[in-house]
Design a protein around this ligand. Structure first.
Ligand code: CTP
Length: 420
């Protein structure tokens, strides 16, 4: 449980801060919110007050009925200055969304509203989640401000890339999704002991690309979101996480060691290097089953190639190979993206054939689920039984998978020194 002081500045993404508060309080954290006057134009203080169960402050001279205490604390018997008492009690200060203007103020030490004054007085970790138009994000002034904040030890998240608030605009500037934001917050919070402290987790994510020639490849539609969510969840539980990311364009969670690869062969090499030192393998990557036998060195020209045939040869099944050479106490979870009827049966067959502890089966024939989607709906199949996880965000599905790993490790009495 942490005390999170959330500063909300004035951008359209302020509505997502409500979801961050909902997730944080649901996870047991105690949250206070400070809004800038501009943020009130986007989301009313009453919404934050209802979700946190505490007063929301905006002006530097607002009286705080809670006297700077968090919902889990008793207010002091005197009235301390709000901005000082709030940061004194906070374990982490999160600014989300952080507009270009607020980032500039934070970088240059301005204290012209309650949020910026509190930030200047804060000695706890500072997490900044930018959200703005992509031209504003890429502007040299904003980039220099971000560098300045990072150089001083603040964690500034990379904004997401996608559709922006202005119609037809697309680019970098989207606020990090609330569940990812919470995971980033939890990494910064001094948490005492966490359930996966000492556990070493290897996660694979994304989809491999097998070269046809110098510019073309055989690939798949995996975005890497599920693997990134697993890596973030494992890190939030205290694990040391290595992420083998195959062509993942999205930013990963802070605190995760990331190894970027392109092809199935590179993924195999990276996994073989990392596997011996891991306690848990979560194999979420979509690895190509076949690769062109003879990729062309240059760019194939279409002239004179009507009816072109590309010969493919099988790749190594990385998961099966690692499972075959596993040490006692290692927990291995595979994934199966199945299409249509019989998905579970095929998943079960793979679990046994590849020698896994569990396999996460999802039916990718369903709309909005699985590949390149924000949500997932899976069944976690192990030799002991199966658990259906109804449609939820990939972060929530990652939590269910991590819980399943705990259950597996508890029943299999791990020989590793790490706590399950
Ligand atoms: N996998 C792997 N190496 C491969 C292919 C797959 O490690 N060359 C892993 C994937 O990371 C995933 C699991 O094996 O964890 C998926 O198994 P697979 O048999 O490839 O199933 P699908 O590709 O989902 O389905 P299909 O049976 O249709 O190939």
């Amino acid at each position: 449980m942490a005390r999170i002081l959330l500063g909300v500045s004035g951008g359209i993404a302020a509505y997502k801060a409500l979801e961050l508060v909902r997730l944080a309080t649901k996870a047991g954290h105690s949250v206070r919110v400070v809004q800038t006057p501009a943020a009130l134009e986007f989301v009313g203080a009453a919404s934050f007050a209802a979700l946190t169960g505490a007063p929301v402050l905006v002006g530097e001279h607002d009286r705080d009925p809670a006297r700077g205490a968090f919902p889990d604390q008793r207010p002091p018997d005197h009235e301390p200055p709000s901005h000082l008492e709030l940061v004194r009690n906070a374990d982490v200060l999160v600014v989300a969304p952080a507009t270009a203007n607020t980032i500039a103020k934070l970088a240059h030490g301005l204290a012209d509203n309650l949020l910026t004054s509190a930030a200047l007085a804060a000695t706890c970790p500072l997490l900044v989640a930018p959200a703005m138009n992509h031209h504003m994000w890429h502007n040299a002034a904003t980039q220099a401000n971000v560098e300045l904040l990072r150089a001083r030890g603040a964690t500034v998240l990379e904004p997401g890339t996608g559709a922006l608030a202005t119609r037809d605009e697309w680019g970098a500037g989207r606020l990090t999704e609330p569940s990812d934001l919470l995971a980033a917050v939890e990494l910064l919070v001094p948490s005492g002991s966490r359930p996966w402290d000492g556990l070493r987790v290897l996660v694979t994510a994304g989809g491999t690309r097998e070269p046809i020639d110098a510019v073309r490849y055989v690939g798949n539609r995996s975005s890497g979101r599920m693997g990134l969510a697993l890596a973030a969840e494992a890190a939030a539980r205290g694990a040391r996480v290595a992420l083998v990311a195959a062509n993942v364009a999205l930013a990963g969670a802070p605190g995760v060691r990331r190894l970027d690869v392109e092809t199935a062969a590179e993924l195999l090499a990276a996994c073989e290097r990392e596997f011996a030192d891991c306690d848990v393998l979560l194999m979420a990557a979509a690895v190509a089953d076949f690769t062109p036998s003879q990729p062309a060195g240059g760019k194939l020209e279409k002239r004179g190639r009507e009816g072109l045939t590309i010969a493919l040869e099988p790749t190594v099944d990385v998961l099966a190979r690692l499972a075959a050479g596993r040490a006692p106490g290692q927990t291995i979870v595979g994934f199966a993206a199945q299409h249509g009827a019989g998905a579970l049966e095929r998943g079960r067959e793979k679990l046994l054939r590849k020698g896994l502890d569990a396999i996460v089966v999802n039916d990718v024939s369903r709309e909005g689920i699985g590949f390149d989607a924000l949500d997932n709906e899976v069944t976690i199949v192990s030799v002991d039984g199966e658990r259906h996880v109804p449609r939820a965000t990939k972060m929530e599905v990652a939590r269910a998978i991590a819980d399943a790993v705990d259950a597996l490790r508890a029943t299999r009495a791990p020989t590793s020194s790490a706590a399950p």
